[in-house]
Design a protein around this ligand. Structure first.
Ligand code: ADP
Length: 333
């Protein structure tokens, strides 16, 4: 049996929390966890504000009706936070004592790789099995084809970029559009491909600024400057404003408009796809706890549920596919 399998104790009371950056679909996931837990006769507790609620004993009992009418809502009804105390052994001990007070003996953590790191350390220190679910708009977690919130975020970006394309086209203008992604370029890559952006700049690759300048000079000569450059926040230059500044420096006559999409990408009603994967993953998280699994996160690979040890998820990042990069090169010319 794999080492993350633990059969000796039966889970009877589970806690669910959302931690780190929020993402659309987290509510659909909470709903699935609560209702699957109740289906199995478990008591389900909502832990408020991520690990902060564990440390501060902000924990509430949840019933089926507590999650009524939330599947379509963005954000998270449990709220989320970044919790400094959880980085310390004292903070985690407090969290453990609070869980014990409620008799909670299983946890579902919906969050990104930081939250998984916290979960892994916690479940190694204490006898509470932890199941992670990938809730992040960045899609930067290895071991899953999808993360909860990515599809919605990327569709929000696409809708905005399409609108910018209309006005860029009307005026023959150059736009630099910054999308989210401090360390991961997936939102930029997918939204850039889907909107036919001429250039896509991502943290995982060097920004080929000379090539872009040559292209723009050629377009300038032809007085055809409609051009969309989609930039992830964390590209080599540090986002849209910096890329525009460098372009202006090199081509002083160039008119560049910058548009930073920002937090609209995090909010909003989750797409159908995000609601589906959130429901599926939430259901499997509880099934896993009931079966005695521990210290894994649940992903979907080739449409099958994939169980990945948390420490593996932490070590690896989702890599940018070479296939997509090749497609960009060919299609964006
Ligand atoms: P995300 O889960 O979106 O990647 P963060 O990286 O901010 O977000 O992590 C969320 C929370 O997880 C942190 O605020 C902290 O409470 C907990 N956490 C992250 N890394 C660790 C760690 N090494 N030890 C303990 N807790 C951690």
């Amino acid at each position: 049996m794999p080492y993350f399998w633990r059969m000796e104790k039966k889970v009877t009371k589970i806690g669910v929390l959302t931690s780190g950056g929020d993402s659309p679909g987290m509510n659909a996931c909470i709903r699935a966890v609560v209702r699957t837990g109740i289906h199995h006769g478990l008591e389900v507790y909502g832990i408020m504000r991520g690990y902060s609620g564990m440390v501060e004993n902000d924990i509430i009992r949840m019933e089926s009706r507590s999650v009524a009418n939330i599947i379509q809502r963005g954000g998270t009804i449990l709220k989320t936070s970044r919790c400094k105390e959880f980085f310390t052994p004292e903070g985690r001990k407090k969290a453990y004592d609070n869980l014990k007070k409620h008799g909670i003996n299983g946890l579902v953590i919906i969050g990104g790789d930081g939250s998984f790191r916290g979960a892994q350390i916690f479940s190694n220190e204490f006898d509470i099995p932890c199941i992670g679910l990938p809730g992040t708009i960045d899609k930067d977690i290895a071991g899953t084809d999808f993360t909860i919130g990515f599809d919605t975020a990327v569709n929000t970006a696409v809708e905005a970029i399409d609108k910018i394309r209309d006005t860029a086209d009307a005026h023959d203008r150059l736009f630099v559009i910054e999308v989210m992604g401090r360390d991961a370029g997936y939102i930029a890559l997918h939204s850039g491909i889907a909107t036919g952006a001429e250039n896509i700049l991502i943290p995982e690759r060097k920004t080929e600024i000379e090539k872009i300048i040559t292209q723009l000079e050629e377009k300038e000569r032809r007085h055809k400057l409609v051009n969309l450059i989609v930039v992830a926040e964390g590209d080599e230059f540090g986002g849209g404003n910096e890329v525009a500044r460098v372009l202006k420096q090199r081509m002083p006559l160039l008119e560049v408009r910058v548009c930073i999409l920002g937090h609209i990408q995090r909010g909003g009603s989750p797409s159908c796809f995000d609601r589906l994967i959130a429901s599926r993953m939430g259901y499997h998280a509880v099934e896993s706890l009931v079966e005695g699994k521990n210290n894994v996160f649940i992903g979907i690979v080739n449409n099958k549920i994939n169980y990945i040890p948390l420490d593996e998820a932490i070590k690896k990042k989702q890599r940018i596919s070479e296939e997509w990069l090749k497609i960009v090169k060919i299609l964006a010319t």
